[in-house]
Design a protein around this ligand. Sequence first.
Ligand code: CU1
Ligand code: CU1
Ligand code: CU1
Ligand code: CU1
Length: 641
Amino acid sequence: MRSVPLLISSFFLLLGNVLADTHVYNWTTSWGKENPDGLHKMDVVLCNGEYPWPDIRVKEGDRVIINLTNGLPDQNTSLHFHGLFQENTNEYDGVPMLTQCDIPPNETMVYNFTVPDQHGSYWYHSHTKGQYMDGMRGAFIIEDKDDAPFDYDEDVTLTITEWYHSMISDLIPEFLNRFNPTGAEPIPQTLLFNNTLNGTWNVKPDTTYLLRIINIGGFLSQYVWIEDHSFTVVAVDGVYVEPNETDYLYITVAQRYDVLVHTKNDTSKNYAFMQKMDEDMLDTTDGVIHMNSTNAVVYNSSAPLPDEYYSDNYLDDFLDDFYLVPVDKQELYDDYDYQIKIDVVMDNLDDGINYAFFNNITYVAPKVPALGTVLSSGNYSTNELVYGTNTNSFVLQKDEVVELVLNNNDTGKHPFHLHGHVFQVVERGPDYTDSEDPVPYNESAPYTAPEYPMIRDTIYVRPQSYFRIRFKADNPGVWYFHCHIEWHLLQGLAIVLIEDPEQIQKDQSVSENWKDICNANGVPYDGNAAANTNNFLDLTNQNVQVKNLPAGFTARGIVALVFSCIAGILGCAAICYYGMAQIPDMEKKVYAELSPEERLMLDKEDDDDIDDEEEASSDSKIKKEGSSSEKDGETKIISRS
Ligand code: CU1
Ligand code: CU1
Ligand code: CU1
Ligand code: CU1
């Protein structure tokens, strides 16, 4: 007989399933001309012929089904749901060559998953080659099934991003190019505010708004602030935090800040809502049209729109997210079971292109999606080797606490994102821009970690500095960890975490449609990283990075140098040889070729010159005599000194 508690829990489970909704989206991508900032019309990625892409809004526990058809004739596509854990649905995490194959033109991939216990502000975007910066992205809001730990009247979503006046597919070949050896990122032109320049936000007086600010950009962090209003931060990256009031926010790409904004009682005036690019991330400001962008909080549509509300205080006064405390007060994992140390370096390879490296490896996609390797490799799935030596893959054990130490040897800031998890931020070093050398994490330096560390899914590291994050490996799957600056991801700044592969094999599989996508793309989904299904430890013909730039002279260089030297010596010898040739012989030779009349004339001239010769200087004598023979020349010249 079933126990009463079991019956009650079954009832609530059933009730939950009945109350959960299923949301079906049929989306087709295409190219179309749009002019988001009103300054430049260009091709962007449309959703069902429209722009911008729609926001998704679901409740915790709902099912989401997206039938994504790739209508782009010239590009593959994919869809990632940023921040969603995809528990037991790793196949829908949307990362080409890790959790799926790229969707080729005219193919439809079905993404089908539930959002069991997550709530807050997320977003979705293509994970194919910077494509989302061409517009393929939107907000993904999950309403809490319980009451939020704060009160508000209205819920508003605000996306912000930098905007380029060029298609990303045109910028990539210029960026990854030996004529851009420093890896200078393309410069964006403007900033968008809900997909428009100089946007407006119509508000009611004396109202508390829950404003979900999502940086859906691919490059620049932004400072945001509102004239005469403050923000109360209540959640970051879907994690509720204790309320924290600030005037200035600093939001990297992919981060989300849920803030409360209480409007004024007075409707006589409208206020500036400012966005500013983090100028430090730009190699040059040439090409930027709007570094600052002024939007409007509109209380009164007949009152004038606000002037720019410039400030410099954002540089010092923005909220440091490190000190936020999650509402659920999860204690710091007091130690780790497995530590991964990764060092960021940007450098050139033999093709002259600037790449990004973690521990001297720039990520190169495997020939088989890593999830396919997990599912086809049997007992070898726990052996890191099968995922390839150029994918930077790390196998994690079930439920171990992982500490990831990241040292940034680069002079730029980088926002790093982990798929499939949120993580505790144990430590983040200060800005070491002014230090001659990067300052790595020092395990023996005294340090007191926060008792309740901040938790999120995207965190920036400061220039030449470091951070440490911890999470529990309790979500079996193949998870990407990478810089969310799309330019840097294209340069290879990523590692792969293969979390509890044996459990993936037990609990997860891939759909027939998933396999069809690989087949349509001509990509194998069984085998190791080299697509070898016979011997999983044989990686012959796996994809690897370009050769290193030689440390000194190459063999070719040395041969070229030797031949240059020989040519130089021969050249000098030739000059010496001809320079010291016996001129009298030449004279005789010339004399022999003269006609009898010419000889007569010459003999006569010589007779006339005899007197002059007798008066000639010793120098000219030496010259003449010296010319008589090579040996004499040497002797005579020596005798001069
Ligand atoms: Cu993500
Ligand atoms: Cu993302
Ligand atoms: Cu980066
Ligand atoms: Cu990602």
